[in-house]
Design a protein around this ligand. Structure first.
Ligand SMILES: Nc1ncnc2c1ncn2[C@@H]1O[C@H](COP(=O)(O)OP(=O)(O)OP(=O)(O)O)[C@@H](O)[C@H]1O
Length: 227
């Protein structure tokens, strides 16, 4: 069998360690996500979802344990290698779109590709294709402020997938939208993810959305369990 796309082993994390009030968030988290697997992460507020996603995406370093991406143990690697692995292999989506306000939807999806060495023509073609696939092809020339919340989030999905990462990490990707819009936008995200065969770890408070993924994991008291 091929290597898991993401493997976390024995991850521990405590904030404010050197103070009188340390906050222990992760107490030995193990997780393995296979190629093409889409996994839901549910947790009570403050349980450490964002912390776990940051570790998985090499944005933060655990106190203990290992993070392995595509078979490569990244924990002890240099910042340069970690940054490169993050740029090439991981896509991020947050609750808020974080699109660049002075650029159009298309440009927001083109820019990360240029940073990765893709030609402008190729990047534009791919961006237009991605935007069309999530139903915002007609809005490609608009800036984020001229788009609805659901449209902004669809553009953010395209940006996250622009460099064809093998792993998508999403932190409440539809959490900022009203329930009806959230369902539609989530459908668009799932269709996009499934069509690429990528792996994903998607944090959500919504159990209905979680149930549509391949597996649901709960993070509680610093540890993960299957539900
Ligand atoms: N830099 C920090 N210093 C101290 N404590 C922190 C720091 N960052 C996070 N925490 C604490 O660690 C805990 C987990 O934070 P985290 O943001 O991972 O939670 P979360 O599960 O994503 O929460 P939510 O669902 O509310 O967004 C919280 O109690 C938070 O207050």
């Amino acid at each position: 069998m091929s290597d898991p796309v993401l493997a976390l082993n024995g991850i521990t994390k405590t904030y404010a360690k050197d103070t009188a009030n340390p906050v222990t968030v992760l107490q030995g988290v193990d997780l393995s996500i296979a190629a093409g697997e889409v996994v839901a992460l549910v947790a009570p507020s403050g349980a450490g979802k964002s912390t776990l996603l940051h570790m998985a995406g090499l944005l933060d370093t655990p106190d203990g344990g290992t993070v392995t991406l595509n078979g490569q143990e990244m924990t002890g690697e240099s910042d340069r290698r970690r940054t490169r692995a993050r740029r090439e292999d991981v896509g991020f989506i947050y609750q808020f779109h974080h699109l660049l306000p002075e650029f159009t939807a298309l440009e927001n999806v083109v820019l990360p590709q240029l940073a990765n060495g893709v030609s402008k023509a190729q990047a534009q073609t791919r961006a237009a294709d991605l935007l069309a696939r999530v139903g915002v092809g007609e809005r490609a020339d608009h800036r984020p402020a001229a788009l609805s919340g659901g449209e902004q989030q669809r553009v953010a999905f395209c940006r996250a997938l622009a460099n064809e990462p093998r792993l998508l990490l999403a932190d409440e990707p539809t959490g900022n939208l009203d329930p009806g819009t959230s369902d539609q936008v989530f459908d668009a995200l799932m269709a996009l993810v499934r069509s690429t065969g990528m792996s994903a770890l998607i944090a959500t408070h919504n159990m209905e959305l979680a149930a549509r993924m391949d597996r649901v994991l709960r993070l509680e008291v610093g540890q993960l369990s299957a539900i």
